[in-house]
Design a protein around this ligand. Structure first.
Ligand code: PEP
Ligand code: MG
Length: 568
């Protein structure tokens, strides 16, 4: 429930007020993400100035890096957030100003010069916390706060990311907020409901009015009556209880591995698109990262990230996972994933290729990314995967590229490079047809249920008008079962990614069909973990069999809703 806000072109304000206790953790995470981003920026700057500045002048960057690496300094900022309830931005400024005050008393000119640098660091950190990506990309969204339901003509993943950061109450869009769009996935991963298909000219007149938005039903009620508000409130208290149960489950998740009620081990991995999501996943004690959507690097930055920037991010993730696996997928650009950096317009996009097909048309970009991933391989259990594969030649070609890069890196270092596991997404209709050939060439597969569903149902991902839970269509389930069986036959791990793996009804069927690895947005890990512990493998197998033999979607839904009724 919030106030309708019709998005117009203007600026996002920085919140400088005191924060609530419940916001402390988030502010600290924002700070950590900002440090990471600023660190990468400084590396980039440093690189860019090499050969232009003198050695002496270049040393300035060492000062920046020292500050950003200084634990005491950041502990001080964190303590202001925790103890004084300062927002991260306010804490940064307070801390830096304290240092500046001390430095200004010094007689040493060199030290005094550092005031400018400290101010610059503060500005960079704050900008990396509060400037929205949408704003950086030239889109101006004004006066956003967490009480509002944002209404826009077209929602894109970039705007969704900045709205998620602002923790708005909900999002309503004429286009782009369909259940399976990436923009919606971003919002859902932060718990923000979205409703698609509401015409601007119909809702505009409610600007500033109170409203209720129900993401699961896809409705917006402007100026709700007292009875409608009461209905909403009673529904909410049930949800809160479910959430509380989920939280208890989370603590258990951290302590012991996830198993079904009869003791079968299931691995829960996270899909991530940002360092922030990575930090959340790590805290939840996931079994690894099943999917890094690297296109978000391309989408979120104004320019295509160079090898060093990518290498730094991938190595940080690999290192921080302490030996748990991470699957880094090369950029999946095209469809509804349009990076501004590439300046692709809608017209040329609809004609252009997506995923690995596009990457192979842009080899330099692809080679740069693969090299960064392979170099990061030395820091942990890194695997590489490729999106939207639809021919065996594509796999043979990327394997050749990997071999060449491996030889090149070994030659430079004079020693062999760690071999990293090679996998692929199975998410196109073609990939399903050639699954045997694919499995002969790769170490593992990730089944992308979002795209596969659209391909099997012959819909464009951007349209996204598929009914919720259409992944329970018997024909689609049979396709998934076929892929899982083939992988098991060839003894190759198969991880199920995509929104389907977050829905308890679908989880029962997936487990029953033999899935052992599920990868999902971190925000679903808690509930999934709790839910799996209530399911016996035998009952899941029986339910899967019934679902596969059902006549239609409704029959599957009825059967599964009965089975999962008191466990969600
Ligand atoms: C999928 O298609 O199911 C998937 C996991 O990939 P993405 O959602 O990033 O396209
Ligand atoms: Mg996909």
């Amino acid at each position: 429930m919030g106030k309708i806000f019709i998005v117009k072109e203007s600026d996002i304000k920085i919140n400088e007020g005191l924060i609530d206790e419940s916001e402390v953790e988030d502010q600290i995470t924002n700070l950590e993400v900002a440090i990471c981003r600023t660190f990468i920026e400084i590396y980039d700057l440093n690189d860019g100035f090499k050969g232009i500045l003198s050695e002496e002048e270049n040393r300035i960057f060492e000062f920046y890096k020292e500050i950003l690496d200084d634990q005491t300094f950041f502990e001080e900022i964190k303590s202001l957030i925790k103890n004084e309830r300062y927002s991260a931005e306010k804490a940064i400024y307070t801390c830096i100003n304290k240092y500046i005050d001390e430095i200004s008393k010094s007689n040493n000119e060199y030290i005094k010069q550092r005031i400018f640098d400290l101010n610059d660091i503060a500005k960079r950190l704050v900008r990396n916390i509060s400037v929205s990506v949408a704003d950086e990309n030239g889109l101006k969204i004004n006066e956003i706060n967490s009480e509002q339901i944002m209404v826009l003509k077209e929602l894109t993943p970039i705007i969704a990311a900045s709205l998620a950061k602002k923790e708005v109450k909900g999002v309503v869009a004429e286009e782009g907020a369909g259940y399976f769009t990436h923009a919606s996935i971003i919002l859902r991963s932060t718990g923000i409901p979205a409703v698609n298909g509401i015409r601007m000219d119909e809702i505009e007149k409610f600007d500033g009015s109170p409203a209720i938005i129900d993401g699961s039903k896809g409705v917006v009620v402007a100026n709700p009556s007292e009875a409608e508000i009461q209905d909403l409130k009673s529904g909410l208290s049930e949800k809160k209880q479910a959430l509380k149960n989920g939280r208890n489950g989370a603590a258990a998740c951290e302590r012991k591995p996830v198993e079904t009620a009869d003791g079968y081990r299931i691995r829960l991995l996270a899909n991530i698109s940002s360092v922030k999501e990575f930090l959340v996943a790590k805290k939840l004690g996931v079994d690894g990262i099943g999917l890094v959507r690297t296109e978000s690097l391309f989408i979120n930055y104004k320019r295509i990230p160079d090898e060093k920037r990518q290498y730094l991010i991938y190595s940080k993730i690999a290192k921080d996972l302490d030996g748990k696996p991470v699957v880094i997928r090369t950029a999946d650009i095209g469809g509804d994933k349009v990076p501004q950096a590439l300046a692709i317009n809608d017209q040329s996009l609809s004609r252009s290729a997506r995923g690995i097909r596009r990457s192979l048309e842009h080899k330099t970009e692809l080679v740069t990314q693969i090299r960064a991933i392979m170099r990061a391989g030395k820091f942990g259990k890194v695997f590489i995967s490729f999106p939207m594969v639809d021919s065996i030649e594509q796999i043979m070609e990327v394997k050749r590229i990997i071999k060449d890069i491996s030889d090149e890196l070994a030659e430079k270092k004079g020693e062999p490079v760690n071999r990293i596991g090679i996998g692929t997404m199975v998410e196109t209709a073609e990939a399903v047809k050639i699954i045997d050939e694919i499995l002969n060439e790769v170490d593992f597969i990730s089944i992308g249920t979002n795209d596969m569903l659209h391909q099997i149902c012959e819909q464009s991902r951007k349209c996204s008008t598929l009914e919720m839970r259409s992944y329970l269509e018997p024909v689609f389930l049979q396709t998934l079962k076929h892929c899982l069986d083939k992988a098991a036959e060839k003894n190759k791990p198969a991880c199920v990614c995509g929104e389907m793996a977050t829905d308890p009804m679908a989880i029962v069927v997936l487990l029953g069909m033999g899935a052992k690895d599920l990868s999902m947005s971190p925000s679903y890990i808690e509930n999934t973990c709790r839910f799996i512990r209530t399911i016996k493998l035998d009952e899941a197998k029986e339910a899967a069999q019934k679902a596969l033999e059902s006549q239609n979607l409704q029959e599957v839904k009825n059967m599964l809703s009965e089975l999962t009724k008191n466990r969600m």
